[in-house]
Design a protein around this ligand. Sequence first.
Ligand SMILES: O=C[C@H](O)COP(=O)(O)O
Length: 252
Amino acid sequence: MRKPIIAGNWKMNGTITEATILVEELKSLLGTEELPCDVVLCPPFTTLATVLDLVDETLIGVGAQNMDYHESGAFTGEVSPAMITEVGAQYVILGHSERREYYGETDAAVNAKIKAAFQYDLTPIVCVGESLEQREANHTKAWIEGQLEGAFKDIPKEEAMETVIAYEPIWAIGTGKTATADQAEEVCRDIRKKMAHLYDVETAEAIRIQYGGSVKGSNAKELLSEPNIDGALVGGASLIAADFKAIIDGTK
Ligand SMILES: O=C[C@H](O)COP(=O)(O)O
């Protein structure tokens, strides 16, 4: 049985003051009861330490939104896996479509980052997804299969099983245009089939697959009840504590 995982990708939002208010609100909404799923907050690098302090002694996990794959060196503006592990984060989002589109991140780079993440005990949340043009041209399946082949090249089965894959159709990100539960389930099922093909059924069945793209409290339950959708990668709605809590409740 796969445990659902809801991750909030704050993107480039949240000063230390704002992050503190948001996490305190979320903590008080979640209370001290056991969480119905894994909950992960992915703030910007500058607030990672603050958020980690704030969630100390709670069950809330913390992740970075990106990292470099080199150990250290002359890579101005980059952050290494060791730095993220040292600060205390447990997850890292890799290959988000915004990284791919604005910063030219390739499948090969995502592959190197997955390897580096495991070397430093970080659980990668690997994003894949198609553009509107690709969907309309019926290229979604082939495109995502190619992204998975590139990202998981030479990644051992034991690591693949621990990876979280986030299916994020680019046309649904920040647009308010959510994929229907049927559309999201169809692609998540194809992703699982592809992982079974790349590895085996045991591996594919262990991998948690999230849907991301305009997930809200109002649509979370329907998406999360699909058999191949094991969670959500949430952007905008993760910046409002009550909305994020409503999505977490969608896993109940
Ligand atoms: O990483 C999160 C996704 O890009 C979804 O963002 P969104 O929920 O604002 O559409």
